[in-house]
Design a protein around this ligand. Sequence first.
Ligand code: NAP
Length: 251
Amino acid sequence: MTREFSNKVALVTGGSRGIGRSISIALGQSDARVAVNYLSDAVAARSTLADIEKKGGTGDIFQADVSNESAVIKMIEEIESSLGPIDILVTNAGIGLLQDHQDITFESYRKIMATNVDGTFLPVMAVKDGMIERGTGNIVCISSVAGLRARSKLISYSISKSAVIGLVRSCAAAFGPAVRVNGIAPGLIQTDMTKASMDLPLQESIKQETFLKTIGVPENISDAVLFLLSSRANFISGQTLIVDGGRVTVP
Ligand code: NAP
């Protein structure tokens, strides 16, 4: 346990599973009070909170659909009245769907945009005024290498993740100097999302394209998030850091 984020309140959207779970636990271990947001898997959210507490941290779980404006506003109010004003926001909740272009419908596109883009925009907009008023705040948004490189079966997803990179850049310009805003673009990370959407041969071919010849684990991303949130990154804002084992240059 370190004291890096003592007296800070951190909200991690989609903190119940996968990358968000690892970020929540890492923040708890750094002494932040962690608000673990989830959509429907309360068991997973409680298990993440239990792991935070086992390692000496504190926090609570908060259900909300991040694509729903009134649900996000209500959740922020609940967090601020029980844990205190939010100092750190990590927008991580996201969904992905491998689809041939012939199978994309406006409905399937809107579903991905709602979670990945609205679900980043709404929490950022809900916390930024408080952060700016208090003169301090730190935001990290999880994008994807799919927002930077061509992915023929991830058209909707890559549009949504490019939008997150644009949001990071423009919000960093608008909210500075009080608030730093950065992004992370993960490559392939072993989580429920990848298990559900990618078969093993595809995962193996991605592994072979990666300079480090490995698939990432959630801790690779939480380490990078904690760096961007730390004072070691005090001169970094508006950037999206690629954490992909060196694969992004492959077309
Ligand atoms: P995951 O294992 O599928 O977990 C997704 C998390 O998001 C869960 O906690 C889920 O809550 C939550 N969530 C989904 N929709 C939500 C909504 N509308 N409102 C609130 N919470 C919601 O996903 P992951 O692989 O950890 O991915 C996390 C982030 O990293 C996503 O933004 C993803 O696009 C990005 N990313 C992942 C990879 C990868 O290879 N895994 C690569 C690049 C980028 P419940 O538990 O309640 O369902």
